[in-house]
Ligand binder design. Sequence first.
Ligand code: SF4
Length: 442
Amino acid sequence: MGYIRGEAREQVTMFPVTLDELIPADHVCRVIEAYVDRLPVARLGFERSEPAVTGRPGYDPRDLLKLYLYGYMNQVRSSRRLEAECQRNVEVMWLLARLRPDHKSIAEFRRLHGEAVTEAGAELVRFARSVGLVRGELVAVDGSKFRTVSSAQRVRERDAVKRYLEQLDAADEQDEWVIDPSAVAAALEKLKQDPEPEARFMRTTDGKRPAYNVQTAVDSEHGIIIAQQVTTEANDERSLLPMAQAAKEALGNPESLNVVADAGYSNGEQAEGCEQQGIAPHVPANRGVNNQGDGTQFAATEFEYDEKTDTFRCPAQQTLRRRQEQRDRKRVLYQAGAEVCGACPLKAQCTNTKQRYVYRHRHEAALQRMQQRATAEMMRLRRCVVEHPFAALKYHIFGHPRFLLRGVAGAQTEMSLATLVYNLKRMWKVMGGAALRAALAG
Ligand code: SF4
């Protein structure tokens, strides 16, 4: 028995196969091309959108955008690997008409065009609205952590240097130490060299790691991400209003909008802000919002409020009574008393100070309305909408949830590219390649 044999490499064919014949009509490359070709690149802020009249011609930004979209769609994010794909991948050869940009040109394009890529993503959402793929009736807001480029060790070292400088400051004020100026200069230099000063430890699925918190607003109709933002917020408590506003803007500012999120977004002041702008938040109310120890100690949710007695019960079953109304900070303060906390066996898990304080929002009415809207059915719907996008972004597009570019700006560029690709894939899945391509070209 023989083997199945391929063609002889040296064989000459009378009618050579063209690159175009190798790419099927409904292939995603054709969708990418149709999408990029309809973009008003100059208006969106892509540089070199017009060909140079004199000097060495540069690459058309459309070509490099196509390359990145193809790359992110296939978990190829590094500029060096994209350069290699240009030389060996038939689909990329088709997409770029056999251009072979070097990795420096590829990286430079991404470095320069963070905002333009974000705008291009907004343009795709507008298109999705125009073909009825985004309804804008219900939007789910959710956040997830993506690791920074900076390692835990680097961020720990940086934090240690910061603490050292703070201690020196304090000692200087009290005239306690004679400070060595060369040590201070060395510490300052070390801080200056930190390429990612925004990186900070956050709770991730792998424990505490340097990360950014990526916020998304997802339309419930087909799971299309209509707004996204990379933040340095360790939790979601302050992201309800900004994300709801971003979603509303992406939807063309409708008169009303329903936004659903989990209890981590509970924020009375922001709930009121949403209502004032015609946005109805559906969020389980989390009245005590003063978590301590950056998430390492008892969360405020672990303190149970009793409306009848207007007191809280803590994890040690002690009663925290109302002590003070802080009008300027829109909250009421509750405490058990220093002697009670001082004798508590759980104190280390609760507070680093003499006693634990718990606050209750003064925006109680807005919190209650928000709570009433957060029905079990609404929360079930929320889970269905938010489950898919982050799993797809992390494991199908990124490959692993870690950024390649440093700083919030770099992370934002990567997330804008990844979201764009996610939305293109969603639309491709819902409409089919040929129909989406035809609609984009129309
Ligand atoms: S430290 Fe105070 S508030 Fe915290 S669990 Fe103990 S008694 Fe309760």
